[in-house]
Design a protein around this ligand. Structure first.
Ligand SMILES: *Cc1c(COP(=O)(O)O)cnc(C)c1O
Length: 363
C-alpha cells in the first residue's frame, strides 16, 4: 500500500470536536413582504443608521480596498489608548470582540484545560471554548438571573485557564456589582485569566456596576473586552478590542488573524470615538426606551429582571417558542432560547411599541 492509496478513506479527517459543536444562532431578520412594518429585535443591534460623519469616513476608505489594511490598527490603537488612559501596548484589536475572545482562548487554553463561565450567558462562549479543545465548566445563574460568583470561584481548579464574566450578562441583562466582583477577583488565582466581557458597558446606569478598565489596572490577570458593535453601531464592520496587560495583550496580537480588521472598520471606529457625544446621546435615548419598556412589561404583569443592557429578558420556559412566534406574526422578531426564555432588544420607539402591544396580549 502506498501513501496515495485511498482505499477505505472517506475524506479529510476533521476534528471530532466539531461534531458536537453548538451552532451560533444569529437573530432572525425582520419579516419581509407583508407590507406591514416589521422590526428586528433579535440581535441587540443599534437601531440608528450610521452617523453621517462616520459613513463619510467609511465611504472614503472604500476607495482603497485593493490595499491591505494597517495590520497594527495604529490609529485606532492610539485613539483607544488615549481615550482609556492606558498604554498602547495594552490594546489588542480584533474582528469584533468575539474574534478577540477566540484569540484569548487560543492564547490560554487547549485540551485538558477548563474554561469557567455562567450559564445561560453569551452563546459564543461554549462554541469558542470547544473549538480551542478546552472543556467548558458552566455555572448556573442565580434565581435572579445574575452570575453566581461564589459558585464560579468554587469551580476553579488547577486546570482552569480562563473565566468569562459577562457584565452585563447576555441574554439576561443583569450585571454584577463592584464589591462582589472585587471579592471574586481576589479569590481567583493570579495565573487564571479573568475576562470581563463588557459589550454593553455604555448602557450601564447603575453606579455600583464597576468599569472593568478600572479593575484591570492593578490586576495583571484581568482583561476587558469591548466592542464597537452595540452602542457605537458598527456591528456590520466587525471591530472590537481588549485592554489587558502584557504579556496577554501581546499574546492576542500573536494569535489574531492577520489583517482581520478592515480599513473601513478601523476608520469607522476612529470616527466613532471622535463622534462619541452624538453616539452616546443615542445610547441615552435607548436607555430611556429600556426604562419605558421594562416598566410597561412589569405593569402588564411580566417578571423582568433588572437590565443594564440594550435588551430585556423574559424567562418563559415552555412558552418561549409560542411567544416568539406570536411576536414574529405581528412583525417583531425576538431571540428565543427554547425552553428558557426570550431576549428582546430595545429598538426604535415604533418597534418597542409594537412589541409591547403583542406582549400585552400574551400575559
Ligand atoms: C454582542 C456581544 C459581543 C460582541 O460581538 P462582536 O460583534 O463580535 O464585537 C461580545 N460579547 C457579548 C456578550 C455580546 O453580546
Amino acid at each position: 500500500m502506498t501513501t496515495h492509496d485511498n482505499a477505505g478513506r472517506t475524506g479529510p479527517r476533521l476534528r471530532g470536536v466539531l461534531d458536537t459543536l453548538p451552532a451560533y444562532k444569529p437573530g432572525k431578520p425582520a419579516a419581509a413582504g407583508s407590507g406591514a412594518p416589521s422590526y428586528k429585535l433579535s440581535s441587540n443591534e443599534n437601531p440608528y443608521p450610521p452617523l453621517p460623519g462616520v459613513l463619510e469616513q467609511v465611504t472614503a476608505a472604500a476607495g482603497s480596498f485593493n490595499r491591505y489594511p494597517d495590520m497594527a490598527c495604529s490609529a485606532l490603537t492610539a485613539e483607544l489608548a488615549e481615550r482609556f488612559g492606558v498604554p498602547q501596548e495594552h490594546i489588542a484589536t480584533g474582528t469584533g470582540s468575539v474574534g478577540v475572545a477566540q484569540s484569548l482562548l487560543q492564547a490560554t487554553a487547549g485540551p485538558g484545560d477548563e474554561v469557567v463561565y455562567a450559564w445561560r450567558s453569551f452563546e459564543a462562549y461554549p462554541i469558542i471554548t470547544q473549538i480551542s479543545g478546552a472543556t467548558s465548566v458552566q455555572v448556573p445563574l442565580l434565581p435572579d438571573e445574575s452570575h453566581d460568583l461564589d459558585a464560579m470561584a468554587a469551580a476553579v481548579t488547577d486546570r482552569t485557564r480562563l473565566i468569562f464574566v459577562c457584565n452585563p450578562n447576555n441574554p439576561t441583562g443583569t450585571a454584577v456589582r463592584r464589591d462582589a466582583l472585587v471579592r471574586f477577583l481576589d479569590r481567583v488565582p493570579s495565573d487564571v485569566l479573568v475576562v470581563l466581557d463588557e459589550a454593553y458597558k455604555e448602557f450601564v446606569r447603575d453606579e455600583e456596576i464597576p468599569d472593568g478598565v478600572e479593575l484591570y489596572r492593578d490586576r495583571p490577570n484581568v482583561a476587558v473586552l469591548r466592542t464597537f458593535s452595540k452602542a457605537y453601531g458598527l456591528a456590520g464592520l466587525r471591530v472590537g478590542f481588549a485592554i489587558a496587560h502584557e504579556p496577554v495583550a501581546e499574546a492576542l496580537r500573536k494569535t489574531a488573524v492577520p489583517f482581520g480588521v478592515s480599513q473601513l472598520a478601523q476608520d469607522a471606529a476612529v470616527a466613532s470615538l471622535r463622534a462619541e457625544d452624538a453616539l452616546l446621546e443615542r445610547v441615552e435615548a435607548l436607555v430611556g426606551e429600556r426604562t419605558r419598556v421594562a416598566g410597561a412589561l412589569t405593569a402588564q404583569g411580566w417578571t423582568v429582571p433588572d437590565t443594564q443592557a440594550n435588551f430585556v429578558w423574559l424567562r418563559l420556559g415552555a412558552r418561549t417558542l409560542e411567544f416568539a412566534e406570536a411576536c414574529a406574526a405581528a412583525g417583531v422578531t425576538v431571540r428565543p432560547f427554547a425552553g428558557e426564555g426570550v431576549r428582546v432588544t430595545i429598538g426604535e420607539k415604533e418597534a418597542n411599541d409594537l412589541f409591547l402591544e403583542v406582549a400585552a396580549g400574551l400575559v
